[in-house]
Design a protein. Sequence first.
Length: 114
Amino acid sequence: MPTAADHLALARTARDGAVLLRLARTPYPFVWQALAANPHTPTAALVELAGARDSPPQRQRPKVDAAEVAALGRLPGASARLRRGLSRRLGARPPAYRLPGGEHARTEGNTAEG
């Protein structure tokens, strides 16, 4: 079975369009770069490479509970800047995500800055 290094060497030196097209379907981005640099790579392979991605699409970040985030501003040593940023960000959330009673704003007074 060929290794990634074998694919790379072939992508750099091959002249056969069918071989180069088959190499365009390998999962190795460094092979794709070598194919793009090879003047013998057929247009069909280059079109395939244009849509290739070296990693799966990023998933959305997990949802974080607003109460957990607001609690960061109440930790000892939380700066006034952090508390203001949390208040601003949590206040800008859609109403369904806001904490009841404006809890996110009650973080002042836990440091010398606040």
